[in-house]
Design a protein around this ligand. Structure first.
Ligand SMILES: [Zn+2]
Ligand SMILES: [Zn+2]
Ligand SMILES: [Zn+2]
Length: 156
């Protein structure tokens, strides 16, 4: 399964998907922000009920913006005939741009195509996909062509 419901992904992994395996011991214990690894200030944001993971306000807002703009982009694609048939769509382009601006704030300046692993350039036709890494589902990007080739390889 490559594409799953985005809202389910939100439920399962929330904003911290990209930090799994990356956070420090202090952050895992709730002493530091899981993103910037600094002491998270006076009003840290508690990310889970089950784990003591905290975020500082700035990181949280940045990550939230990145995630929400990704969902906007992804949500558009699912409901758009042009996007679903692999065409160039101005709305998708606009949402991608918004997402890229938000993602850049968190230091994510280069995006990679999940199927081929290559960086995506501005000229590439790219879509937002929920990607199955084999162990978990992550919000990701894919070249339209790579995604089509990948889908052909997976027996349904
Ligand atoms: Zn932080
Ligand atoms: Zn579209
Ligand atoms: Zn690719």
């Amino acid at each position: 399964m490559t594409v799953a419901q985005a809202d389910r992904l939100w439920q399962w992994h929330g904003l911290t998907t990209n930090q799994i395996g990356r956070i420090s011991e202090a952050a895992a214990d709730g002493d530091r922000c899981v993103w910037c690894d600094q002491v998270p200030g006076a009003e840290p944001i508690r990310l889970f009920d089950e784990a003591p993971w905290l975020a500082c306000c700035r990181c949280y807002m940045v990550q939230l913006a990145g995630m929400l703009t990704w969902f906007d982009w992804h949500g558009h694609i699912e409901g758009c005939g042009t996007c679903m048939s692999g065409g160039r769509c101005l709305v998708a382009r606009g949402r991608r741009t918004l997402h890229q601006q938000a993602a850049a704030l968190s230091g994510e300046t280069v995006a990679y195509c999940a199927p081929c692993g290559e960086p995506v350039t501005d000229q590439d036709l790219v879509v937002a996909v929920v990607w199955d890494t084999g162990t978990r589902l992550i919000p990701a990007y894919a070249h339209v062509l790579c995604l089509a080739l990948h889908a052909l390889r997976i027996p349904s």
